[in-house]
Design a protein around this ligand. Sequence first.
Ligand code: ADP
Ligand code: MG
Length: 399
Amino acid sequence: MPNFKTLDDLGDIAGKVALVRVDLNLPMQGGRASDVTRVEAVKPTILELADKGAKILLFAHFGRPKGQRNSTMSTSYVQDDVEDVLGKEVMYISEVSGPVVEQSIGILRNGDIGLLDNVRFWPGEEANDPEFAKAIAAHGDFYVNDAFSAAHRAHASTEGLARLLPAYAGRAMEIELKALDAALGNPEQPVAAVVGGAKVSTKLDVLENLVGKVQHLIIGGGMANTFLAARGVDVGKSLCEHDLTDTANRIMDSADHAGCTVHLPYDVIVAKEFAANPPSVRTCNVHEVAEDEMILDVGPQAVEALGDVLKTCRTLVWNGPLGAFEIEPFDTATVALAKTAAALTEGGSLTSVAGGGDTVAALAHAGVKDDFTFVSTAGGAFLEWMEGKDLPGVAALTA
Ligand code: ADP
Ligand code: MG
């Protein structure tokens, strides 16, 4: 387990100013957030700090203003949603450093919360400018990072501040780091990884990292077609990156050397058009795909075999759906394997960790999102972690 401080390590913080990095980049619809999951995630940290009497300053980005003030990307748009979720008033502050911030801190009572404007309005944020970070750090007594989703960026509010002030992981960050460690850092073996989704090219580093770490690599989705093609299978009109078949072969070779079994589908669901329940849909062996057919999901026999693989494993890490799950019946394999994983998790034999935008949607669609051990909503940061990269925001907390 990487060594980092948590809120448990805070002493008496009554009256102290906490600079807290959170993810408030909420999806908006008609002026209000359409999903407040990200606020729910940081609520325990904020309320715990408030209970202990700290004055809390929330730092967040909102959209991509590229280093300029932009009235359409002010964090004031999410103030009401943050207040609703926290059940507490929040004071909007139009700056991130300087006299306005200092005056606001003077107004805040112990346990009060200030919401600073979009930290990306200032070019020093994304440049991780030490002077910018220093100007912010001057207002605080300590720093808390509760935004794992931004930890793959070395920005002033995600990395720079951690080097200038005593730094702590918030509760959401702590939970995420522990779950990820249990999945790939220091997992119980055997470990299975499911890697699916559209393209090999977006997940090359993920695949290369995983072959050295897991005993079973289950490849599904569009990227399985590239691996099948590399093995000489004619995949018809399927999504396939023919220029990456050498790469696929190289990955399968290094898996062999590392003692990692690569599982590719041997039966598949195909159709002539990508539409809901098309008349042309059928199940066949991978060697029977016609020239005008597309592979859109893993077949039932392969899914059953994959479920048996999971039964022999102690740990599962999953990124990417097994098929084009947005359209029926091409969600079948993803839903079936997700349910197996959920049941094994519930039974206590499997630790299951999943992440990725479409993966989270697919698990929700399967009705098992809450039955996995941990589901990360962190997107880019989750993928970089699956690639085995050091995340600067995490590294700064563990330095
Ligand atoms: P995540 O967001 O979880 O990382 P990806 O973005 O890599 O996942 O992949 C999800 C996309 O892959 C979905 O839009 C899905 O429709 C697509 N996909 C999965 N299997 C296939 C397939 N066989 N053919 C075409 N697209 C597929
Ligand atoms: Mg995606």
